[in-house]
Write a protein that binds this ligand. Structure first.
Ligand SMILES: Cc1cc2nc3c(=O)[nH]c(=O)nc-3n(C[C@H](O)[C@H](O)[C@H](O)COP(=O)(O)OP(=O)(O)OC[C@H]3O[C@@H](n4cnc5c(N)ncnc54)[C@H](O)[C@@H]3O)c2cc1C
Length: 346
């Protein structure tokens, strides 16, 4: 009798889990090793005093990718999880301008943009849809050309939407968000409500996050409030929130996160309390923060980076690390770092 072929997967993040399911369903006897106490990786879920906190992803742009894995394991996703369409996709808030709801309806989008006094890239966005790179051969330059072409149009300003966006910082931000998380041109799904809060210095701030070697005094925040559509995330009468503040990675800025983490957390709580959630600290039941140091120590993330390589042209598609290792036979890389990345689809 022939022995089944065996496979070893290291890391039970979305990448490792997806690969393990594929291998097991393809007849490989698969072992999955994980460093932490449970799977999830960046999508880890913390449970604390009746609250459930997502640690990472908040929107799913491609539910069919998840459905496929359930199918491979002879299961139905609907038996385990219910995905709801999210509307608006997100709400952009500035201190000095009305909020802007990004919705999947051109007429409403135009109206929202008028109210917020910004031009929207809405009708242009559909013209720069990204190609789904999940099924690209890992090391074939030709098959990545389409993705690279789209990226280059976006990044060099050749597309109408991007060119116009460059003239207006606010709009450019909504474009960038769309490209990173909603670029597959499908309605995002999840169980959440999202708000992106920009301080008055959002353009300079992004430049500082990527280029300065200190922590900026101000911040732009991503606020995720899942209880809006899923009250089970918190005990009755309570709600759970997570807030994401982009900061430099450990290779860029020498920040003492042991000391600075709690100080930065308190400044964020103070900001949220003043602008969005009155009485927040008075009613706080539990709170945890996760810094680049934790990304490095807990997840073995290179330089404590939350999102792996920045998706600029020279680090996208074929230019990203390839899935097949160049030196070691039968060693493959998956997940947020290598092709196709970024995001959850694996
Ligand atoms: C805050 C945040 C918000 C995000 N929001 C979204 C979103 O809304 N939508 C979206 O599509 N994507 C989002 N992402 C991106 C998405 O979460 C990641 O791309 C994806 O989860 C990465 O999966 P991965 O398997 O590549 O890596 P990881 O999730 O990091 O998994 C790697 C696993 O390997 C384990 N490990 C490491 N070293 C070892 C070792 N030596 N031995 C054993 N195990 C090891 C780690 O513990 C970890 O569990 C977000 C990410 C973050 C951080």
């Amino acid at each position: 009798m022939t022995q089944p072929q065996r496979a070893l997967v290291i890391g039970a993040g979305f990448g490792g889990l997806a690969l393990a399911i594929r291998l097991q369903s393809g007849g490989y006897q698969t072992t999955l090793l994980e460093k932490r106490d449970k799977p999830g990786g960046r999508a880890y879920v913390y449970e604390d005093q009746g609250f459930t906190f997502d640690a990472g992803p908040t929107v799913i742009t491609d539910p069919s990718a998840l459905e496929e894995f359930f199918r491979l394991a002879d299961k139905h996703m609907a038996d385990y999880v219910e995905l709801l369409p999210v509307t608006p996709f997100y709400r952009l808030c500035w201190e000095d301008a009305p909020a802007f709801d990004y919705v999947n309806d051109q007429a409403a989008l135009k109206l929202n943009a008028e109210v917020a006094s910004i031009e929207t890239a809405g009708d242009q966005v559909s013209g720069v849809t990204l190609t789904d790179g999940r099924h690209l051969p890992t090391d074939a330059l030709a098959s990545n050309a389409d993705v690279m072409h789209t990226y280059s149009r976006l990044l060099s300003g050749h597309s109408r939407g991007t060119r116009q966006a460059k003239s207006l910082g606010r709009k450019r931000f909504s474009m960038s968000l769309f490209v990173i998380y909603f670029g597959l041109d499908r309605p995002p799904q999840g169980l959440e409500h999202h708000t992106v809060c920009f301080g008055p210095r959002y353009k300079e701030l992004i430049d500082e996050i990527f280029n300065a070697d200190t922590l900026a005094e101000d911040f732009s925040l991503y606020l995720h409030s899942p209880c809006v559509t899923d009250p089970s995330m918190a005990p009755e009468g309570c709600s759970a929130h997570y807030v994401l503040a982009p900061v430099p990675h450990l290779g860029k800025a020498n920040i003492d996160w042991e000391t600075q983490g709690p100080i930065y957390r308190d400044r964020i709580l103070d900001y949220l309390e003043r602008h969005y959630i009155p009485g927040l600290r008075e009613h706080l039941v539990t709170c945890r923060h996760f810094t680049p140091l934790d990304f490095r120590e807990e997840l073995n993330a290179h330089l404590g980076s939350a999102f792996s390589l920045e998706p600029i042209l020279t680090q996208s598609a074929w230019f990203r690390p390839h899935n097949r290792d160049a030196k070691i036979d039968n060693l493959y890389l998956v997940g947020a770092g290598p092709i196709p990345a970024p995001g959850c689809p694996a």
